[in-house]
Design a protein around this ligand. Structure first.
Ligand code: NCD
Length: 335
Protein backbone atom coordinates (compact mmCIF):
# COMPACT_ATOMS: atom_id res chain seq x y z
CA UNK A 1 0.00 0.00 0.00
CA UNK A 2 1.19 3.54 -0.67
CA UNK A 3 2.52 5.73 2.09
CA UNK A 4 1.57 9.27 1.30
CA UNK A 5 0.62 10.46 4.75
CA UNK A 6 -3.06 9.78 4.18
CA UNK A 7 -3.13 6.06 3.47
CA UNK A 8 -0.45 4.68 5.78
CA UNK A 9 1.01 1.17 5.36
CA UNK A 10 -0.79 -1.35 7.58
CA UNK A 11 0.60 -1.70 11.09
CA UNK A 12 -0.84 -1.50 14.57
CA UNK A 13 0.44 1.93 15.53
CA UNK A 14 -0.51 3.34 12.16
CA UNK A 15 -4.01 1.87 12.24
CA UNK A 16 -4.57 3.53 15.60
CA UNK A 17 -3.27 6.81 14.22
CA UNK A 18 -5.48 6.53 11.16
CA UNK A 19 -8.61 5.81 13.13
CA UNK A 20 -8.25 9.15 14.91
CA UNK A 21 -7.39 10.99 11.81
CA UNK A 22 -9.66 13.44 10.05
CA UNK A 23 -9.16 12.80 6.33
CA UNK A 24 -9.79 16.50 5.66
CA UNK A 25 -7.04 17.64 7.99
CA UNK A 26 -4.39 19.62 6.10
CA UNK A 27 -1.95 17.46 4.24
CA UNK A 28 1.49 18.99 3.99
CA UNK A 29 2.00 21.55 1.26
CA UNK A 30 -0.63 20.67 -1.30
CA UNK A 31 -0.70 23.88 -3.33
CA UNK A 32 -3.85 22.89 -5.22
CA UNK A 33 -6.03 22.21 -2.18
CA UNK A 34 -9.13 24.42 -2.32
CA UNK A 35 -7.98 26.06 -5.57
CA UNK A 36 -10.13 26.67 -8.64
CA UNK A 37 -8.67 25.54 -11.96
CA UNK A 38 -9.63 28.18 -14.51
CA UNK A 39 -6.74 28.88 -16.90
CA UNK A 40 -3.26 27.62 -17.68
CA UNK A 41 -2.09 31.17 -16.99
CA UNK A 42 -2.68 30.55 -13.26
CA UNK A 43 -0.44 27.46 -13.10
CA UNK A 44 3.30 26.91 -12.87
CA UNK A 45 5.28 24.12 -14.54
CA UNK A 46 5.75 22.61 -11.06
CA UNK A 47 1.99 22.34 -10.61
CA UNK A 48 1.58 20.78 -14.06
CA UNK A 49 4.27 18.23 -13.21
CA UNK A 50 2.58 17.54 -9.88
CA UNK A 51 -0.73 16.75 -11.61
CA UNK A 52 1.07 14.47 -14.08
CA UNK A 53 2.91 12.67 -11.26
CA UNK A 54 -0.29 12.11 -9.29
CA UNK A 55 -2.14 10.93 -12.42
CA UNK A 56 0.60 8.33 -12.93
CA UNK A 57 0.07 7.17 -9.34
CA UNK A 58 -3.69 6.88 -9.88
CA UNK A 59 -3.01 4.91 -13.07
CA UNK A 60 -0.93 2.49 -10.98
CA UNK A 61 -3.91 1.95 -8.68
CA UNK A 62 -2.94 4.30 -5.86
CA UNK A 63 -5.30 6.68 -3.98
CA UNK A 64 -8.33 4.42 -4.38
CA UNK A 65 -11.31 5.51 -2.31
CA UNK A 66 -9.74 8.81 -1.31
CA UNK A 67 -12.76 10.91 -2.31
CA UNK A 68 -15.24 9.13 -0.02
CA UNK A 69 -17.78 11.56 1.41
CA UNK A 70 -17.12 14.23 -1.23
CA UNK A 71 -19.66 15.45 -3.80
CA UNK A 72 -18.87 16.73 -7.29
CA UNK A 73 -21.40 18.87 -9.19
CA UNK A 74 -21.08 18.79 -12.99
CA UNK A 75 -22.77 21.81 -14.59
CA UNK A 76 -22.68 21.46 -18.37
CA UNK A 77 -24.25 24.29 -20.33
CA UNK A 78 -22.70 22.91 -23.56
CA UNK A 79 -22.52 19.38 -25.05
CA UNK A 80 -19.88 17.01 -23.72
CA UNK A 81 -19.12 13.29 -23.76
CA UNK A 82 -15.56 12.82 -22.53
CA UNK A 83 -15.12 15.68 -20.09
CA UNK A 84 -18.34 15.15 -18.15
CA UNK A 85 -18.36 11.36 -18.19
CA UNK A 86 -14.70 11.00 -17.29
CA UNK A 87 -15.06 13.46 -14.40
CA UNK A 88 -18.13 11.63 -13.16
CA UNK A 89 -16.49 8.24 -13.54
CA UNK A 90 -13.31 9.50 -11.82
CA UNK A 91 -15.31 10.83 -8.88
CA UNK A 92 -17.23 7.57 -8.45
CA UNK A 93 -14.17 5.35 -8.89
CA UNK A 94 -12.44 7.32 -6.13
CA UNK A 95 -15.38 6.81 -3.77
CA UNK A 96 -17.19 10.14 -4.20
CA UNK A 97 -20.70 11.10 -5.34
CA UNK A 98 -21.91 13.13 -8.31
CA UNK A 99 -24.81 15.54 -8.89
CA UNK A 100 -25.39 17.87 -11.84
CA UNK A 101 -27.07 18.72 -15.11
CA UNK A 102 -26.43 18.73 -18.83
CA UNK A 103 -28.34 21.41 -20.68
CA UNK A 104 -30.48 23.85 -18.78
CA UNK A 105 -33.94 22.65 -19.84
CA UNK A 106 -34.97 21.30 -16.44
CA UNK A 107 -33.11 23.81 -14.28
CA UNK A 108 -34.06 27.23 -12.89
CA UNK A 109 -31.91 28.82 -15.59
CA UNK A 110 -34.98 28.27 -17.80
CA UNK A 111 -36.87 30.47 -15.34
CA UNK A 112 -34.31 33.24 -15.79
CA UNK A 113 -31.84 32.52 -13.01
CA UNK A 114 -28.39 33.96 -13.75
CA UNK A 115 -25.07 32.09 -13.60
CA UNK A 116 -23.94 33.85 -10.43
CA UNK A 117 -27.01 32.79 -8.45
CA UNK A 118 -26.85 29.23 -9.82
CA UNK A 119 -23.22 28.89 -8.70
CA UNK A 120 -23.86 30.48 -5.30
CA UNK A 121 -26.60 27.95 -4.65
CA UNK A 122 -24.96 24.83 -6.13
CA UNK A 123 -21.69 25.49 -4.30
CA UNK A 124 -23.67 24.95 -1.09
CA UNK A 125 -24.62 21.45 -2.26
CA UNK A 126 -21.20 20.08 -3.18
CA UNK A 127 -17.46 20.14 -2.51
CA UNK A 128 -16.26 20.91 -6.04
CA UNK A 129 -17.86 22.07 -9.31
CA UNK A 130 -16.88 21.21 -12.89
CA UNK A 131 -18.51 23.64 -15.30
CA UNK A 132 -18.63 23.94 -19.09
CA UNK A 133 -20.17 27.11 -20.47
CA UNK A 134 -20.20 28.80 -23.90
CA UNK A 135 -19.05 32.20 -22.59
CA UNK A 136 -15.35 33.02 -22.35
CA UNK A 137 -14.59 34.13 -18.80
CA UNK A 138 -17.58 32.29 -17.31
CA UNK A 139 -15.35 29.89 -15.34
CA UNK A 140 -13.42 32.79 -13.81
CA UNK A 141 -16.69 34.48 -12.83
CA UNK A 142 -18.02 31.24 -11.33
CA UNK A 143 -14.82 30.74 -9.32
CA UNK A 144 -15.20 34.24 -7.87
CA UNK A 145 -18.70 33.64 -6.49
CA UNK A 146 -18.41 29.95 -5.56
CA UNK A 147 -17.74 28.79 -2.01
CA UNK A 148 -16.05 25.62 -3.37
CA UNK A 149 -13.37 25.16 -6.06
CA UNK A 150 -14.54 25.49 -9.67
CA UNK A 151 -12.82 23.46 -12.39
CA UNK A 152 -13.17 24.87 -15.89
CA UNK A 153 -14.46 22.15 -18.23
CA UNK A 154 -14.25 24.57 -21.18
CA UNK A 155 -15.33 28.23 -21.41
CA UNK A 156 -16.22 29.10 -24.98
CA UNK A 157 -13.21 29.30 -27.27
CA UNK A 158 -10.98 30.33 -24.37
CA UNK A 159 -9.51 27.53 -22.22
CA UNK A 160 -9.91 23.84 -21.45
CA UNK A 161 -7.29 23.19 -18.76
CA UNK A 162 -8.20 19.63 -17.81
CA UNK A 163 -7.95 18.51 -21.45
CA UNK A 164 -4.46 20.00 -21.39
CA UNK A 165 -3.55 18.05 -18.25
CA UNK A 166 -4.51 14.79 -19.93
CA UNK A 167 -2.75 15.84 -23.16
CA UNK A 168 0.44 16.61 -21.21
CA UNK A 169 0.14 13.36 -19.28
CA UNK A 170 -0.20 11.43 -22.54
CA UNK A 171 2.75 13.22 -24.16
CA UNK A 172 4.88 12.62 -21.08
CA UNK A 173 4.10 8.90 -21.23
CA UNK A 174 5.70 8.84 -24.69
CA UNK A 175 8.53 11.33 -24.36
CA UNK A 176 9.18 11.63 -20.63
CA UNK A 177 9.12 15.46 -20.88
CA UNK A 178 8.34 18.44 -23.10
CA UNK A 179 11.63 20.29 -23.62
CA UNK A 180 12.76 20.45 -27.26
CA UNK A 181 9.62 18.67 -28.44
CA UNK A 182 8.33 19.67 -31.86
CA UNK A 183 4.56 19.82 -31.67
CA UNK A 184 2.38 20.55 -34.71
CA UNK A 185 -1.20 21.75 -34.22
CA UNK A 186 -3.47 21.17 -37.20
CA UNK A 187 -7.01 22.49 -37.55
CA UNK A 188 -9.12 25.18 -35.96
CA UNK A 189 -6.49 27.11 -34.04
CA UNK A 190 -8.70 30.18 -33.77
CA UNK A 191 -11.65 28.74 -31.83
CA UNK A 192 -10.10 25.52 -30.48
CA UNK A 193 -9.84 25.97 -26.71
CA UNK A 194 -7.88 22.73 -26.35
CA UNK A 195 -5.22 24.18 -28.64
CA UNK A 196 -5.11 27.47 -26.74
CA UNK A 197 -4.56 25.74 -23.40
CA UNK A 198 -2.12 23.09 -24.63
CA UNK A 199 0.02 25.48 -26.70
CA UNK A 200 0.26 27.77 -23.67
CA UNK A 201 1.29 24.88 -21.40
CA UNK A 202 3.89 23.58 -23.87
CA UNK A 203 5.33 27.05 -24.24
CA UNK A 204 6.00 27.06 -20.49
CA UNK A 205 8.30 24.09 -21.14
CA UNK A 206 9.85 25.63 -24.27
CA UNK A 207 8.51 23.19 -26.87
CA UNK A 208 8.69 24.28 -30.52
CA UNK A 209 5.20 24.92 -31.90
CA UNK A 210 4.14 24.46 -35.54
CA UNK A 211 0.72 25.97 -36.27
CA UNK A 212 -0.97 24.59 -39.39
CA UNK A 213 -4.41 25.95 -40.33
CA UNK A 214 -6.45 27.62 -43.03
CA UNK A 215 -5.81 31.38 -43.05
CA UNK A 216 -9.11 32.27 -41.32
CA UNK A 217 -8.50 29.78 -38.49
CA UNK A 218 -5.08 31.04 -37.44
CA UNK A 219 -3.84 30.86 -33.83
CA UNK A 220 -4.84 34.22 -32.20
CA UNK A 221 -2.20 36.97 -32.27
CA UNK A 222 -2.40 37.85 -28.57
CA UNK A 223 -1.86 34.21 -27.59
CA UNK A 224 0.95 33.93 -30.12
CA UNK A 225 2.72 36.75 -28.33
CA UNK A 226 2.21 35.07 -24.96
CA UNK A 227 3.61 31.70 -26.02
CA UNK A 228 6.61 33.41 -27.60
CA UNK A 229 7.22 35.39 -24.42
CA UNK A 230 7.07 32.13 -22.49
CA UNK A 231 9.95 30.89 -24.62
CA UNK A 232 8.51 28.90 -27.51
CA UNK A 233 9.64 29.30 -31.08
CA UNK A 234 6.62 29.23 -33.38
CA UNK A 235 6.20 28.48 -37.09
CA UNK A 236 3.03 28.95 -39.16
CA UNK A 237 1.78 27.11 -42.25
CA UNK A 238 -1.38 26.82 -44.33
CA UNK A 239 -0.81 23.18 -45.16
CA UNK A 240 1.00 20.21 -43.59
CA UNK A 241 2.67 19.73 -46.96
CA UNK A 242 4.71 22.85 -46.20
CA UNK A 243 6.12 21.58 -42.89
CA UNK A 244 9.68 20.49 -43.64
CA UNK A 245 10.52 19.32 -40.13
CA UNK A 246 10.36 15.96 -38.38
CA UNK A 247 7.52 16.37 -35.89
CA UNK A 248 7.14 14.57 -32.53
CA UNK A 249 3.46 15.24 -31.88
CA UNK A 250 0.70 16.00 -34.40
CA UNK A 251 -2.29 17.44 -32.49
CA UNK A 252 -5.36 17.54 -34.75
CA UNK A 253 -8.63 19.34 -34.00
CA UNK A 254 -12.04 19.55 -35.65
CA UNK A 255 -13.38 22.85 -36.97
CA UNK A 256 -15.48 24.33 -34.15
CA UNK A 257 -18.59 24.86 -36.27
CA UNK A 258 -20.67 26.05 -33.30
CA UNK A 259 -18.39 29.06 -32.73
CA UNK A 260 -18.80 30.61 -36.21
CA UNK A 261 -20.96 33.75 -36.29
CA UNK A 262 -21.49 33.27 -40.04
CA UNK A 263 -22.12 29.77 -41.38
CA UNK A 264 -20.80 30.86 -44.81
CA UNK A 265 -17.39 31.36 -43.20
CA UNK A 266 -17.57 27.80 -41.85
CA UNK A 267 -18.45 26.43 -45.29
CA UNK A 268 -15.32 28.07 -46.75
CA UNK A 269 -13.07 25.90 -44.57
CA UNK A 270 -15.16 22.76 -43.89
CA UNK A 271 -13.29 19.66 -45.07
CA UNK A 272 -10.19 21.68 -45.97
CA UNK A 273 -7.75 19.28 -44.26
CA UNK A 274 -7.67 15.56 -43.55
CA UNK A 275 -4.93 13.48 -41.96
CA UNK A 276 -4.06 10.27 -43.80
CA UNK A 277 -1.20 7.77 -43.34
CA UNK A 278 0.65 9.81 -46.02
CA UNK A 279 0.41 12.93 -43.85
CA UNK A 280 2.09 11.05 -41.03
CA UNK A 281 4.87 9.94 -43.42
CA UNK A 282 5.28 13.51 -44.63
CA UNK A 283 5.97 14.64 -41.04
CA UNK A 284 8.77 12.11 -40.62
CA UNK A 285 6.67 9.05 -39.79
CA UNK A 286 7.39 9.14 -36.07
CA UNK A 287 4.88 11.66 -34.74
CA UNK A 288 2.27 10.45 -32.27
CA UNK A 289 -1.14 11.57 -33.48
CA UNK A 290 -3.37 13.16 -30.88
CA UNK A 291 -6.89 14.61 -31.03
CA UNK A 292 -9.06 15.81 -28.11
CA UNK A 293 -12.05 14.22 -29.86
CA UNK A 294 -14.76 14.28 -31.08
CA UNK A 295 -13.40 14.00 -34.63
CA UNK A 296 -15.64 14.66 -37.57
CA UNK A 297 -13.78 13.95 -40.80
CA UNK A 298 -10.33 15.43 -40.21
CA UNK A 299 -8.63 12.07 -39.54
CA UNK A 300 -9.12 9.26 -42.00
CA UNK A 301 -10.16 5.96 -40.31
CA UNK A 302 -7.07 4.30 -41.88
CA UNK A 303 -4.94 6.35 -39.49
CA UNK A 304 -6.60 4.55 -36.55
CA UNK A 305 -4.63 1.41 -37.41
CA UNK A 306 -1.26 3.13 -37.05
CA UNK A 307 0.63 2.47 -33.85
CA UNK A 308 1.22 6.21 -33.46
CA UNK A 309 -2.50 7.01 -33.48
CA UNK A 310 -3.08 7.41 -29.76
CA UNK A 311 -6.26 9.54 -29.53
CA UNK A 312 -8.32 6.82 -27.85
CA UNK A 313 -5.57 6.11 -25.29
CA UNK A 314 -5.38 9.86 -24.78
CA UNK A 315 -9.13 10.03 -24.03
CA UNK A 316 -8.85 7.13 -21.57
CA UNK A 317 -6.09 8.93 -19.69
CA UNK A 318 -8.74 11.50 -18.77
CA UNK A 319 -9.93 9.28 -15.94
CA UNK A 320 -6.53 9.13 -14.21
CA UNK A 321 -5.77 12.79 -14.67
CA UNK A 322 -9.19 13.97 -13.51
CA UNK A 323 -9.10 11.61 -10.51
CA UNK A 324 -5.73 13.04 -9.52
CA UNK A 325 -6.93 16.60 -10.00
CA UNK A 326 -10.05 16.04 -7.87
CA UNK A 327 -7.91 14.41 -5.18
CA UNK A 328 -5.51 17.35 -5.15
CA UNK A 329 -8.14 20.09 -5.25
CA UNK A 330 -10.14 18.38 -2.50
CA UNK A 331 -7.01 17.92 -0.38
CA UNK A 332 -7.32 14.13 -0.33
CA UNK A 333 -4.14 13.39 -2.30
CA UNK A 334 -0.89 14.43 -0.76
CA UNK A 335 1.97 15.95 -2.77
C1 NCD B 1 -13.07 19.43 -26.91
C2 NCD B 1 -13.80 20.66 -26.40
O1 NCD B 1 -14.89 20.55 -25.82
O2 NCD B 1 -13.22 21.73 -26.55
N1 NCD B 1 -13.68 18.24 -26.52
C3 NCD B 1 -13.22 17.58 -25.40
O3 NCD B 1 -13.45 18.04 -24.29
N2 NCD B 1 -12.47 16.49 -25.58
C4 NCD B 1 -12.76 19.47 -28.36
C5 NCD B 1 -13.88 19.72 -29.33
O4 NCD B 1 -15.05 19.78 -28.97
O5 NCD B 1 -13.56 19.82 -30.51
Amino acid sequence: MESDGFFQPAGEAVVKFNSNRNPDKDLPMNPLKGKSIVSLRDLSTDLLLLIIKKAAEVKKGMHEGCLAGKVLATLFFEPSTRTRLSFESAMRKMGGEVIGFTGTKFTSIEKGENLIDTIRVVSGYCDVIVMRHPLEGSARLASEVSSVPVINGGDGANQHPTQTFLDLFTISEYFGGFENLKVAFLGDLKYGRTVHSLAYALSMFGSKLYFVSPEILRFPDDLKEEVQQNGSEIFEFNDVEDVETEIDVLYVTRIQKERFGDIQEYRKVAGSYRVTPETVEKLGGKAIIMHPLPRVNEISPEVDKLENAIYFKQAHNGIFVRSALLGLVLGRINV
